[in-house]
Design a binder for this molecule. Structure first.
Ligand code: DI6
Ligand code: FE
Length: 411
């Protein structure tokens, strides 16, 4: 039956009497609507705005929810994690507390390589089993989109295992998962001391197979003195581009190798960490539209003291996202609420910046802004409904979860 102007549109679900932080794309702030409503059909937002202006929809009583003034934000996005891993590094943490450095531990066979050994020793089911509680912790706080990197396999079989496990997360949970191939994370033990030969292997064997199987949505690298040089990263990026895969980069975490500028040259989705970035690289990121992903969990856990240059990022209008960096070595963190609190407390980010960082800007950093990250018509109905009186409470409290309900694609 053809719809005409007088026919009321049908909707599957309706949330009314809510306060909305829409994070709309062209607004500088949270896009607050005090008396708001959201209508959904087929998992997508039909309408998000003032209840008084809402078109009349046909929606059964049963699927209409009175939110009693609760706040609705976009579902949360964690745009940088290494959450698929086996084992833990608690022992290493104890050694660091006794004075050992991250680099020393890495040189003695600990660090990333010890997690590589742990991941290689388990099968896919066991890897999934160990990963799920961490993912569930994020979901319990309203997560609806998760990025997952490989990089603890470092050979074809085990990188494939990691990325398949990441894809499975999106099947066993109501969650959007995007995967990133991070073969250039560390030199595996079998190539110890020969990063160049390993990078050749990544480019010639591992990446082609991963791309062929469609296991990665993007390609990442770790550009650092203790990892890979800008030259090596540039070779990996060139290969990624030949498979039409977008790139992103761990850059300027411990020193300034101008990795972010290199990433911008390759039109990277994001450059991440950035404590040691300079103004020229920030300008390059702004020009390329590369998002700055800040990771306060790693800053905190590594007791870093160099704060990323927020004021330069603001003045150059670089979009800023926040993520957990969830990983066993430098950020064993599974809370985006705590991530926001850390960013506000340690980096002096504003409440609006923090909330945008885990919603709209996180989605932008994944190239998914057309699909999620804001409350706007046409996007997936990914929502977090909160028992709070004002949005600042999401950032202000420490280790308190006011989530009332989470909706993923209308469910
Ligand atoms: N930067 C980090 O902080 C983590 N990876 C990276 O590229 C460290 C991962 C680990 O220590 O296991
Ligand atoms: Fe990371």
């Amino acid at each position: 039956m053809a719809a005409d102007a007088t026919t009321e549109q049908y909707c599957d679900q309706l949330w009314r009497n809510a306060r909305l932080a829409t994070l709309s794309e062209n607004l500088p702030d949270l896009g607050i609507i005090e008396h708001g409503a959201i209508a959904v059909r087929d998992g997508r937002i039909l309408y998000a705005g003032p209840e008084a202006d809402m078109p009349r929809y046909q929606c059964s009583e049963e699927f209409t929810t009175d939110c009693a003034g609760r706040w609705i934000t976009p579902g949360l996005v964690d745009c940088h994690t290494h959450i698929v891993y086996a084992g833990d590094r608690a022992r290493e943490f104890e050694l660091r507390l006794k004075g050992a450095s991250y680099e020393e531990i890495a040189r003695n066979g600990g660090g990333i390589v010890s997690t590589v050994k742990a991941l290689r020793s388990v099968d896919e089911d066991e890897l999934l089993r160990q990963t799920l509680p961490r993912v569930d912790a994020l979901i319990a706080e309203g997560l609806t989109t998760l990025e997952v990197k490989s990089g603890y396999g470092l050979d074809l079989e085990n990188e494939r295992k990691s990325l398949r496990t990441a894809r499975r997360l999106g099947k066993v949970r109501d969650l959007s998962v995007t995967t990133t191939f991070l073969g250039a994370h560390a030199v595996p033990p079998e190539f110890s001391g020969d990063s160049d030969t390993y990078i050749n292997k990544v480019i010639e064997d591992i990446l082609p197979a991963i791309a062929e199987e469609n296991l990665a949505d993007a390609v990442d690298g770790f550009c650092e003195g203790i990892a890979f040089s800008p030259d090596e990263i540039s070779r990996v990026f060139t290969a990624a581009k030949s498979y039409n895969l977008p790139v992103k980069l761990h850059a300027e975490q411990l020193s300034n190798l101008h990795g972010a500028a290199l990433a911008a040259m390759f039109d990277a989705l994001s450059a991440d960490h950035l404590e040691y970035i300079d103004e020229e690289s920030i300008a390059a990121m702004a020009k390329a539209g590369t998002v700055a992903v800040l990771l306060p969990g790693a800053f905190y856990f590594m007791r870093e003291t160099k704060i990323p240059p927020l004021s330069l990022m603001r003045s150059h209008k670089v979009p800023i996202a926040l993520a957990t960096d969830s990983n066993p070595g430098t950020s064993p963190l599974t809370s985006l609420l705590l991530t926001m609190n850390m960013a506000a407390t340690m980096f002096r980010m504003t409440v609006d910046e923090c909330i945008a960082g885990v919603t709209r800007e996180g989605a932008r950093a994944l190239g998914l802004l057309a699909e999620t990250g804001t409350l706007e018509a046409g996007k997936w109905a990914d929502l977090a409904i909160w028992d709070i009186d004002r949005p600042a409470e999401l950032v202000y409290r420490i280790n308190y979860n006011p989530l009332h309900k989470r909706i993923w694609r209308g469910k």
